[in-house]
Write a protein that binds this ligand. Structure first.
Ligand code: SF4
Length: 465
């Protein structure tokens, strides 16, 4: 056991690295390419993690720093990488995310990029550097940091207009499409950022493009400062990384911070916010979907009440799934995130304040800590990314896969949990996982009970004799 645990500490973190989140955010911008300023290994790791999850070819450039640049600085490599990327991809937006190495050796990204732009008389492409050293955060913080930098780069004072901004955390392309479907039903004009629903989940067919079609348009981002309001699904987003807070403080755009619309109550809050802004009632079809979800909740409640889930992963997802489970009677046994996020814990503690038994709360957690918490609480199901497969292998706790990365199953990009329809899809998966576990061990349990019973009987007879 101790060997296995030692391995889990070193091999099974609960989060991935900060520039990875930055890369995903840039992939949600139209005609954007990303360059990772660091060693080749960093960009390969980021590229492979994304390819395995999204099942798409995903191009990420690297400045390929090595020992020499670690000592003398990486400016020459960065310039060469910029030359190559601009020539080969001809992007309109180029995100440059840093790595542990680049930040540790103190690369002055702003100066290096400004000097490159000046020397080459660069036009028609915006080069946006983002500091994403992994010792400062996980891919969650990298995602927020890049999204904020992109908005900061483009947002300009503009005349007020009737549109709204919608800022999302790191969710699946399927969830983005569902949120957009709901927004489309309201008739509101909106800018959703970052929109990687097409760039990281492309329909088959057509010509191969180095930079796939889709993504939030930069001209729409530049109008975000004049929007009527910003809806940000960022309850757990730190203030210094919050794009919605930036728009509020710099341009006076009111911020409506909401939980992700996963689960009945959280989706209600989203729909209510949209109804308030648009002045329209919930569209009829959404009301039907809400009804189907309620019906399913009533049908499956007796099974869900037997669930004691371990919920782990990115803070916004963890909060949303904790709320979803609680409203379905599956009180969380363990709440864990790989990053440091006091906001998540404070929010979840408030959410579950009236629970009979409090879960174990873990931040900055790895799977050793999660494993131990799962054992001590008697958890019987897990909700999270593929990292939790060890809970299945060592504790026979099945994992309902959500979040990032999903590298041991197909369709990570298609996992749907948003809105009433997505919640219903998730709930069926969750309930059926509990049922499958129950029926898989049902006969063995009966057999064990019978064997135990007959042994006790034999012992009693021997005692009499
Ligand atoms: S060195 Fe840092 S940036 Fe590079 S892959 Fe590792 S954690 Fe990520």
């Amino acid at each position: 056991m101790s060997d296995m645990r030692a391995k889990m500490v070193s091999e099974n973190q609960c989060q991935t690295c900060m520039p990875l989140g930055g890369v995903v955010a840039f992939k949600g911008i139209e005609e954007a390419m990303v360059l990772v300023h660091g060693s080749q290994g960093c960009s390969t790791y980021i590229r492979l993690s994304n390819v395995e999850h999204y099942n798409e070819p995903i191009d990420i450039a690297s400045s390929a720093l090595n020992e020499k640049q670690t000592i003398y600085g990486g400016e020459a490599n960065l310039r060469k990488a910029l030359d190559n990327v601009l020539r080969v991809y001809q992007p309109k937006v180029l995100g440059v995310v840093t790595t542990c190495l680049a930040e540790t050796i103190g690369e002055d990204m702003e100066r290096m990029i400004q000097s490159y732009i000046k020397d080459h008389d660069i036009r028609g492409v915006d080069i946006i550097p983002v500091a994403t050293p992994s010792y400062s955060g996980s891919h969650t913080e990298g995602f927020w940091a890049a999204t904020k930098e992109i908005i900061r780069h483009y947002a300009r004072p503009v005349a007020k207009h009737s549109g709204i901004n919608v800022i999302i955390p790191h969710i699946s392309p399927a969830d983005i499409r569902e949120i957009k479907r709901i927004l489309d039903m309201t008739g509101l004009e909106y800018t959703l950022i970052p929109d990687y629903s097409m760039t990281l989940d492309r329909p088959f067919g057509g010509e191969y493009l180095k930079i796939p079609l889709g993504g939030t348009r930069t001209r729409d981002i530049s109008r975000m400062a004049g929007a009527r309001a910003t809806i940000q699904f960022g309850l757990t987003c730190p203030d210094d990384l919050s794009p919605g807070l930036y728009l509020q403080q710099e341009y006076g755009v009111p911020l409506i911070d909401l939980p992700l619309p996963f689960g009945l109550e959280n989706t209600d809050r989203f729909i209510e916010a949209l109804s308030r802004i648009s002045g329209r009632l919930m569209p009829d079809y959404l009301a039907l979907e809400r009804g189907w979800l309620l019906d399913a909740m009533a049908d499956s409640h007796k099974y869900n009440a037997e669930g004691h889930p371990v919920i782990y992963g990115e803070p916004e997802l963890v909060y949303a799934f904790a709320a979803l489970c609680a409203e379905n009677g599956a009180m969380p046994a363990v709440i864990a995130t790989g990053t440091r996020n006091g906001r998540l814990m404070a929010r979840v503690k408030m959410l579950l304040a009236e629970a009979e038994e409090q879960p174990i709360f873990l931040e900055d957690a790895d799977f050793t800590a999660i494993y131990e918490a799962a054992v001590s609480t008697g958890a019987n199901v897990a909700i999270g990314h593929s990292g939790g497969k060890f809970l299945t292998e060592h504790l026979c706790i099945p994992v309902v896969r959500v979040g990032f990365p999903i590298h041991d199953r197909m369709g990570g990009q298609r996992i749907l949990s948003a809105g009433y329809a997505g919640t219903l899809a998730f709930l069926d998966r969750f309930t059926n996982t509990l049922l499958e576990r129950k029926y898989a061990s049902y006969r063995q349990k009966k057999k064990d009970e019978l064997t135990k019973g007959s042994r006790m009987q034999e012992a009693a007879i021997e005692g009499d004799e």
